[in-house]
Write a protein that binds this ligand. Structure first.
Ligand code: MG
Length: 326
């Protein structure tokens, strides 16, 4: 579907260039000036996480996803920096010939994470938008228990509380909690989203134009979601190039039911040389340039400088070695 998505994005880019318009005009125009972003705050422990949130706040972000190391969990968990003091880099080095392993312990996690959110609210108050990602690790009853407990901290969303494929799991959670739920980054088709939206089992849909097959199907999905009061919160992990992030940015400024956009700072000199553009990120918002098309180029000669590097997503195991949901 990523291949379909790439062709679809290219065709929209060509069409908008022929029209001499930025892509959002082909959707009907802008609903807003810029799109709200969230950054990834991370900490090997709570002190580091507080430093990380403070760093992103200083950069102007109004929303942060927070992931924290759990005491007595032997290996850094999902979205958590691997070493103390490293408050900006949570991304595991995926390169190698075999996947890395993470250890997961539901009991330790569920006992500790409410205390993390309590400390963050004490420190930063309630104006900061806070998101948290469970990364599909809980059983439905556990997710319902956690959601109830976290309600008092007024999260912007709780992400992937249960494995996304088990869509009925969310019914149990919904019976017990009003916490906003975001799901969808692992979906490869809009058809995996329609039941969640139609039955109002989620509040934010997190597909991306890359993995869900392009702008055409995702635009339809956005309209369908709007009819059911579900907002967007597109996936924006580093596996999304500046081209697909631009495609999403055009959807974000257009979509009446836009929610938020996940954003990882890719602005390295190497990345900027590969994908030149005039799009602008400032004060935690993404502003789309008025260049015709997607507004991003791709320098193929520059790309020839880099070799392919093999890598894998990590796998997750319980303390006794049992394979678990990543
Ligand atoms: Mg996620």
């Amino acid at each position: 579907m990523a291949a379909f998505g790439a062709i679809d994005m290219a065709l929209w880019d060509i069409k908008a260039k022929l029209a001499g318009m930025p892509l959002y005009q082909l959707f009907g125009g802008k609903s807003r000036e810029g799109a709200l972003l969230y950054a990834h705050a991370t900490g090997a422990d709570i002190e580091d996480l507080i430093d990380s949130v403070a760093y992103y706040k200083e950069q102007g972000y109004k929303a942060v996803r927070v992931q924290c190391g759990i005491p007595n969990m032997p290996v850094a968990g999902y979205g958590v920096s691997e070493s103390k003091g490293d408050v900006k880099n949570f991304i595991t080095n995926f390169s190698g010939s075999v996947p890395k392993e993470e250890i997961w312990d539901t009991e330790l996690y569920m006992r500790y994470i409410p205390t993390v959110l309590e400390k963050l609210r004490d420190q930063f108050g309630f104006d900061l938008k806070i998101l948290h990602d469970v990364h599909h690790r809980l059983l439905p009853r556990e997710a319902a228990e956690l959601a109830k407990e976290l309600e008092q901290f007024k999260l912007f969303w709780l992400e992937d509380p249960t494995p996304a494929e088990d869509q009925d799991a969310l019914r149990l959670l919904r019976q017990h909690s009003t916490i906003p739920i975001a799901i969808g980054e692992v979906f490869n088709s809009v058809w995996e989203c329609n039941k969640l939206i139609q039955d109002r089992l989620i509040d934010f849909i997190r597909v991306s134009v890359t993995y869900a097959g392009g702008i055409t199907p995702v635009k339809r999905l956005v309209d369908f979601a709007a009819m059911h009061d579900v907002r967007t919160g597109f996936h924006g992990a580093p596996s999304h190039s500046p081209l697909s992030m631009a495609a999403q940015a055009h959807l974000n400024v257009w979509a009446p039911n836009f929610g938020i956009q996940e954003y990882l700072v890719l602005g390295t000199p190497e990345c900027d040389a590969l994908f030149p553009s005039d799009h602008e990120m400032r004060d935690g918002m993404f502003y789309v340039s008025d260049e015709p098309g997607l507004g991003v180029d791709f320098d193929e000669d520059e790309a020839k400088k880099y070799d392919y590097v093999q890598g894998f997503h990590p796998v997750t195991r319980l303390q006794d070695g049992t394979l678990w949901n990543y």
